[in-house]
Ligand binder design. Sequence first.
Ligand code: SF4
Length: 427
Amino acid sequence: MENRREDSSVETTYRARLAARQADAGRFEHAHARLAWARLGVFGLAAALVVMLGRESAPWLAIPLVAFIPLLFIHARTLNARDRATRAAAFYERGLARLTDTWQGTGARGERFRDASHLYADDLDLFGAGGLFELLVTNRTRAGEEMLAAWLLAPAGPAAVRARQGAVTELSRKLDLREELAVLGPDLDATVRTHDLTAWAAAPPQLRGTWPRLVLPLAAAVSTSLVIQWIWTGVPPDLLVPALAAQGLLALRFRHAAHHVAHGIEEREQELRVLATLMERIEREPVDSPLLRALRDRCGGLDLAFLADMEVEAARAWLQAIPGVGPKTSAAVLSFSTLRMPALPVDSHHHRVAQRLGLIGKTVDVGPSHPILRAQLPADWSAQDLYDNHEILMLHGQKVCHHRRPACGRCVLVDLCPSARLPTREP
Ligand code: SF4
């Protein structure tokens, strides 16, 4: 009875906020249309001035230009506000769908976490259409999805369960915070892939050695100043052609590294913006539950440098004492961060490949597989060696040894693998 009354008051709040956000989205949509017409009008005015006055129009063009620039900013802010209102409305629609039990088909299904050999995942419909994961997931980062899946797939002690319940109870009262977390930053087609992001950030530099760092900016500066000199004096400097030729050769030599860097930045820019805005917001929120406090402290730049003085296992134990941090996260933090400590992370792909290759038993879960797989590798391997080992197995799982249909026919390990499934040939 009490629960039903609580649900109906939550539903009333959600409906009221949904209506308000939809009204905001509609208002901003109208403003967007008006601003688009205004921009077109200013552009038309500039075109008319050019047609009517020809060369004499130059000083008059300052008028539409001065009007156009603020219009651009106002328009961008309006579009941003419209998108946020739309995302906020979607947040409440999804909440209402959960309250009215019509949420099926509205969220991520977590298919990639599905494991037919898991003890209870399929029986309890954890993943897939209409599964528990789909009901619960609201994450905006891939790491958040992985954390939710890990919580669903593994048992937890009473203390961990109480910590999670405390965090959920506190968050359930913080509707403004949850709405803000759902709408902050740009919208992404996919959630933030924290693992990829960390690997990208920790990847070795593309420019090795000192000379490219000195020569490349110098060549660009020389060519630019020679071009400016040409424009200024109207006479091409003698050194311009050799300078441009040298820069062309340098561009050719470093084109792959430049493409790699530019492409990487382009791809991650949006994800970094989402992460930065989410972390900044979480950092500002006063919280009571130990789990949320630990999360906020980590966002607030808690310095983990002291872990470098510990043995790897002790550092991992320290990290795993934080509620919600498991063996994979602790290993990833030590290995991928500037700490560069030799810890082997094992994700679901790595784990699946290791199981199929017989490196671990069929019933060994991801958590317990960490020490077993680490013990199989040389004790003196560096952080980079362990990272490479993890990366290779993870990529093999993503590209070849798929969860559902492993591509054994094109697998380089087929002769060694006890789980290889090859089509039987006709005699
Ligand atoms: S042979 Fe098949 S099951 Fe074995 S590792 Fe290769 S893809 Fe996976």
